[in-house]
Design a protein around this ligand. Sequence first.
Ligand code: SIN
Length: 299
Amino acid sequence: MAERNQKSWRDFDRSAGYRHIEVMPLNGAVAAEVRGADLTKPLPVEVWSEIERAFAENVVIYFRGQKGFSREDHLSFAQHFGPLQKIPHIFSVDDYPDVQIVERLADDKRRVVGEGFHNDSTFMATPPTTVTMHAIDVPDFGGDTAFANLYLAYETLSPAMQKFCETLIGVNSATALFGSGAGDKNVMMKDMKAEEGDQEVEHPIVSVHPRTGLKHLFFNLIYTRRLKGFSEKESRLILNFLQEHVSSMAFTGRVRWENDTVLIWDNWAAHHSAIADYPGKYRYMERVTTGGLKLTGAQ
Ligand code: SIN
């Protein structure tokens, strides 16, 4: 487990001190490949505790070459990180309601699902804490997923801006996805009730993460519609500034998919974005989500 007395995300030594696995950070900002763990087999508790540490410190971890990784393996892997909590608007695999589908057909001309930095489903009162993706049939190249580290983004704001952000509450809803602001359905997803899309939930813009005890930003331009007590215009200005900051190259990294890669991201401490650079190609993954927790503000 990560050290609880850390002051800053940068204090983590993200690759050192492992005895059972190898942890290879993707870059200085986010994500690491974990080697030496076969997720299709039961793993000893010491290996799990190192995997959990790698996850806490790297925010996104991925395992290559997991041939034979079954849906049961997927569900059991995800549940090491929290109770299952599927998201409402995407389809599930037959007989496995908690295994959900991320699919794009080669001739789909609609928008790519998940394009643009965001956290998933922050319109929920308990937004997913983790998302695990299993790459099953992905293009040889193209269709990477980008990630941004929201600890690092918070920590690199000036002390005055950090203090200001700690006072902010984001008002979130799925209005733009399936509520009254959605327009024509332009991505592959279930038919949803617009009233549900318009329901608002509040989350703090700066939250203390239960896994590390560190503060991170928590907002996104898809679901965070405004800031409590601020006008739309003021809210947009502040949220746009924060998003521009989060999207700095120095806080981001992108993972290239290969079939049989299993990846888990921290949906509170990371933004992710699907990269829409594979027109005419098929891409199929399965995902499992965990959650059930409310965020804790920093004040
Ligand atoms: C998502 O945003 O949930 C999907 C990400 C991806 O397909 O890369």
